[in-house]
Write a protein that binds this ligand. Structure first.
Ligand SMILES: Cc1ncc(COP(=O)(O)O)c(C=O)c1O
Length: 365
């Protein structure tokens, strides 16, 4: 061995965890076999992207700044310079959330991030104080949150899904079990719409029940929402839209709705944080502090392109994606037809397998 070689066992243990290989592996496989249809990553269909449109989106945002009274020098700075850590398109995102999602929050409660992935990182870092704190997650859950927990040495508390999907009783039981073991359940991360990987979507009554439980148990909900506006059918209201007690930190992604190459997402963190000196601020301000030491700010160029796309759609990401949602709906129905052909009921019974579809259009098997 060279004298300068590093021992993996001397590096952070997360590096040896197979979870950290997952994203890379999925991306590599897709790049190596472009003709294969992979069901593993949530990779948007390429066919609706138009190369020139990126330039039009950028132009639109620059024109918007000028229309808002920015001087040519200010417009130049907006794309070329380091930007504000919390982001420079927060008003446009807040406006879009109001129009599309009925989420009415001040722009100051939004932090623009490098995808929802960074938002998870910031929120988990901020909320988990010591080894007694536990982050509850559905089981199975999205590998991105497992990876964040691993990197930050955060303990996860699994909440098993029932055979029919989400179970409020299982969340309550997990909270009780963690408390009985002397731990503090701090937050529950979930994907309430078309969860990755289970496909589960929570009904509106389950959402109301979860918010009630969160308030009772002093638990925050981390709501990750990448797929809700690219799925066919009318989406159920977000937990954040139903949240009356600021129990929900909403994590947004433009990867599936605009394009993943932009790497733009956001967190809505309108929770009040009180300092020992009695001063108050927003959780978003604390997330910004952390972000300033992780990515400094989200690429100004990427934010400009995403903002241009939002402006072009009048803030309506849902309308922007009607065609894509239709395409994914057709793809799902085709998969279901093939599954039914290849795995008829008798064969499924033999294998002990089930095909579950939810009304909003996702499948778990
Ligand atoms: C459940 C879930 N959350 C978040 C993400 C990542 O979002 P982003 O590209 O905005 O980091 C994905 C991507 O596949 C996902 O499936």
């Amino acid at each position: 061995m060279e004298s300068s070689a590093l021992r993996k066992s001397e590096l952070h243990p997360s590096i040896s965890d197979p979870v950290l290989d997952t994203m890379n592996f999925l991306n590599e496989v897709t790049l190596r076999y472009p003709e294969a249809i992979s069901f593993a990553p949530g990779r948007p269909y390429d066919g609706f992207f138009q190369t020139e449109e990126v330039l039009a989106h950028l132009r639109r945002f620059l024109d918007h700044l000028a229309d808002q009274g920015a001087s040519p020098a200010q417009v130049r700075t907006a794309v070329y310079q380091y930007g504000p850590t919390a982001g420079q398109i927060r008003e446009i995102i807040a406006d879009s959330l109001r129009r599309d999602e009925g989420i009415d929050v001040p722009a100051e409660s939004i932090v623009v991030t490098v995808g929802a992935q960074e938002a998870m990182m910031l929120v988990v870092r901020a909320l988990i104080r010591d080894p007694r704190d536990v982050l509850l997650v559905p089981s199975p859950c999205y590998v991105g949150i497992t990876g964040v927990a691993r990197l930050l040495d955060v303990t996860l508390g699994p909440v098993p899904e029932s055979p029919d999907g989400f179970s409020l009783e299982n969340v309550a039981a997990a909270i009780r079990a963690q408390r009985a073991a002397g731990r503090r359940p701090r937050a529950f991360y979930l994907v309430p719409d078309h969860a990755n990987p289970s496909g589960t979507t929570l009904s509106e009554s389950d959402r109301a029940g979860l918010l009630h439980l969160a308030a009772k148990e002093d638990l925050l909900i981390l709501e990750d929402t990448p797929y809700r506006l690219v799925s066919p059918g009318e989406p159920v209201r977000t937990l954040k839209a139903l949240d009356r007690r600021r129990s929900v930190v909403h994590l947004g992604s433009y990867s599936k709705t605009i394009f993943p190459g932009a790497r733009v997402g956001f967190a809505v963190a309108d929770q009040t944080v009180v300092g020992d000196d009695g001063r108050t601020g927003l959780l978003a301000d604390e997330l910004s502090k952390i972000k300033s030491m992780v990515t400094v700010n989200t690429s100004s160029l990427s934010q400009a392109v995403v903002a241009g796309a939002l402006l072009a759609a009048g803030g309506r990401v849902s309308e922007l994606n009607a065609k894509a949602a239709g395409h994914y709906g057709d793809a799902m129905r085709r998969v279901l037809d093939r599954l039914a052909d290849r795995l008829p009921a008798a064969r499924r019974a033999e294998l002990g397998a089930r095909i579950r579809t939810d009304e909003a259009g996702t499948t778990g098997a």
